[in-house]
Design a protein around this ligand. Structure first.
Ligand code: HEC
Ligand code: HEC
Length: 226
């Protein structure tokens, strides 16, 4: 996909993709009730060891789930379960979850707040430039076009929250995307493959650091630098 196609796709997706559509894209039946956060708390008991009981893990190799959208979490669990998104660590913990469990767990973590990290002050300017403006020359779209100025994403369109996510995890995913490894083989997963293709290691490091510090302040969106 070209830069232009990515943005056209974004407009299309932003206009019409619903939670149900996403679930179908991951081959799940649409017969589930909206997630129940209270039921999800009990079902998420085994997840806390790595992801933190409130979805804020202490170790940076595990992604934060706090504040992530219900449908996005359910989609990713489904993709792990089907083996489309492959991770040997995750497999053992989600193999027995039903679609309803995935939504309940998603609703539980969605109800928590992601704790922002701290960006490296030497990397903020480059990271912020790419996040907010992209790079027209290389065809990198602005991340905020889909993931939002404050990094909260867009649940209806299936654009995940990035704000506060650990830089280690973000940079590992961006390198996977650049190498053509997406979360699935559907069009939705292909978006990030096109986005990340032109990025070099320095740009990925800057973006990842900026995202770790990104959070919503009361008056304006900002990133904390160290
Ligand atoms: C032993 C550690 C461990 C446990 C326990 C664990 N996970 Fe994970 N989880 C991981 C790792 C590692 C990743 C990152 C995989 C990757 O790099 O793609 C991950 C990724 C995820 C993602 C994708 C996040 C994203 O931003 O795309 C979701 C959703 C998830 N886990 C949900 C769960 C749920 C729900 C449970 C409990 C039922 C659970 N995990 C238990 C280690 C764990
Ligand atoms: C056209 C919309 C769009 C743009 C622009 C975009 N993304 Fe994404 N991004 C997505 C979608 C869609 C997904 C989820 C893919 C899936 O569920 O298979 C995603 C997922 C991600 C993830 C994985 C999140 C997680 O929790 O595992 C990261 C990291 C990411 N994007 C970073 C970026 C960065 C950095 C930029 C800017 C250089 C960017 N994105 C620009 C649509 C976009």
């Amino acid at each position: 996909m070209s830069f232009r196609q990515v943005m056209a796709f974004a407009a299309l997706v932003g206009a019409g993709l619903t939670g149900t559509h996403l679930a179908q894209a991951a081959d799940t039946p649409a017969d589930f009730k909206p997630g129940d956060a209270t039921a999800g708390l009990a079902k998420a008991a085994t997840c806390g060891a790595c992801h933190g009981v409130d979805g804020n893990p202490t170790m940076p190799q595990y992604p934060k789930l706090a504040g992530q959208h219900e449908d996005y979490i359910a989609r990713q669990i489904e993709l792990f379960k089907s083996g489309k998104r492959s991770n040997p660590v995750m497999m053992g913990f989600i193999a027995n979850l039903s679609v309803q469990d995935m939504h309940d767990i998603g609703a539980y973590f969605a109800s928590k707040t992601s704790l922002p990290g701290v960006a490296d002050s030497k990397l903020v300017a480059v990271g912020e430039g790419y996040y907010r403006g992209g790079d027209g020359k290389d065809g990198v779209p602005a991340c905020m076009a889909c993931h939002g100025p404050d990094g909260r994403g867009n649940p209806g369109a299936g654009y995940p929250q990035l704000a506060g996510q650990y830089a280690d995890y973000v940079s590992a995913k961006l390198k996977d995307f650049r190498d053509g490894k997406g979360f699935s083989d559907d069009d939705h997963a292909k978006v990030m493959l096109a986005v990340a293709k032109p990025l070099n290691d320095n740009e990925i490091a800057a973006l990842a650091s900026y995202i770790e510090g990104l959070h919503s302040a009361s008056t304006k969106t900002s990133t904390v630098a160290k």
